[in-house]
Design a protein around this ligand. Structure first.
Ligand code: NDP
Ligand SMILES: O=C(O)C1=N[C@H](C(=O)O)C[C@H](O)C1
Length: 267
């Protein structure tokens, strides 16, 4: 049995993770953490998730519960996630990170931590999107530099980072396949007198509206035809099931930085 602490347990993903853990054999929710100033501290995490009492109350200090979990699943916010990585590092615990919007320096800190603890870090834990990453590699290889490539994503109105972590990863997959550096070829939105499009760029467009769970399209457009690869998530459960699977997978790993391609055996 793998004992799991969920960080961000009162959030949209946190509540879905509590429900997913409850449905999955071999893993158990033992700790649920959110903000100290949340009015929900002390409530039953299962009741917050809408599945009835599970006997784990929402707490605010992960360090006070180190003896109660084997693996952390963290879907919260970048600075807080990094605090939890430090705690896991000090205590030799594994961590599954779904939080997006990390800076390059924060990603480097994860890499350093992964020298001593196991870390799964993925901007999208769903099976479908991880298959799409593979399809994008194939499309970029076949269509090469003869097409204009655009990444379009849409999410709910509460999302705080843009473009989404998934959109950025899609851009990286395509750029890496084509031997380009996304840092220098990405164009994030256009306005005014932009001039004609440079074929070597990869464009990003972001929509934030209503309750959209998560939609991503990569367009490969040539003269006369275009290929579009689209993924639409209609439930957060797809991400939560992936994260729970990653927590079980991580439990016997000693150290290393992994993503969902490793967990799903797609590498
Ligand atoms: N990898 C994947 O598959 C997916 C990744 N995500 C990512 O997961 C993250 C969370 O998304 P979502 O659940 O929608 O967001 P929410 O805002 O609904 O949930 C985040 C939770 O973490 C809490 N939190 C934030 N900062 C702290 C802190 N310093 N201390 C304690 N608690 C804190 C928030 O509290 P408060 O509301 O008070 O700020 C909130 O309850 C985002 O980065 C998102 O992009 C989302 C879906 C899938
Ligand atoms: O914030 C979200 O909701 C999501 N975030 C992830 C991202 O930034 O890619 C994954 C998913 O699309 C939902």
């Amino acid at each position: 049995m793998t004992n799991v602490a969920v960080v961000g347990a009162a959030g949209r993903m946190g509540k879905t993770l509590v429900a997913a853990l409850h449905q999955t054999e071999g893993v158990k929710l033992t700790v649920a953490i959110d903000r100290p100033d949340s009015s929900l501290i002390g409530a039953d995490a299962g009741e917050l998730a809408g599945i009835g009492k599970v006997g784990v109350t929402l707490a605010s200090d992960l360090s006070a519960h180190v003896a109660d979990f084997d693996v952390v699943i963290d879907f919260s916010a970048p600075d807080y996630t990094l605090e939890n990585v430090a705690l896991c590092r000090e205590n030799g615990k594994g961590i599954v990170i779904g939080t997006t919007g990390l800076t390059d320096a924060q990603k480097q800190t994860l890499k350093d931590a992964a020298e001593t603890i196991p870390v799964v870090f993925a901007p999208n834990m769903g099976v479908g999107v991880n298959l799409v990453f593979k399809l994008l590699e194939m499309a970029a290889r076949v269509l090469g530099d003869d097409v204009d490539i655009e990444v379009i994503e849409a999410h709910h109105r509460h999302k705080v980072d843009a473009p989404s972590g998934t959109a950025l990863r899609m851009g990286e997959v395509v750029a890496e396949t084509l031997g380009r550096d996304l840092k220098t070829c990405a164009v994030y939105g256009r306005e005014g007198q932009t001039g004609a499009r440079d074929r070597n760029t990869i464009g990003f467009a972001t929509v934030r509206a209503g309750d959209i769970v998560g939609e991503h399209t990569v367009m490969f457009a040539a003269e006369g035809e275009r290929v579009e690869i689209t993924h639409k998530a209609s439930s957060r459960m797809t991400f939560a099931r992936g994260a729970v699977r990653a927590a079980g997978w991580l439990a016997d790993k000693k150290h290393g930085l992994f993503d969902m391609q490793d967990v799903l055996g797609l590498r």
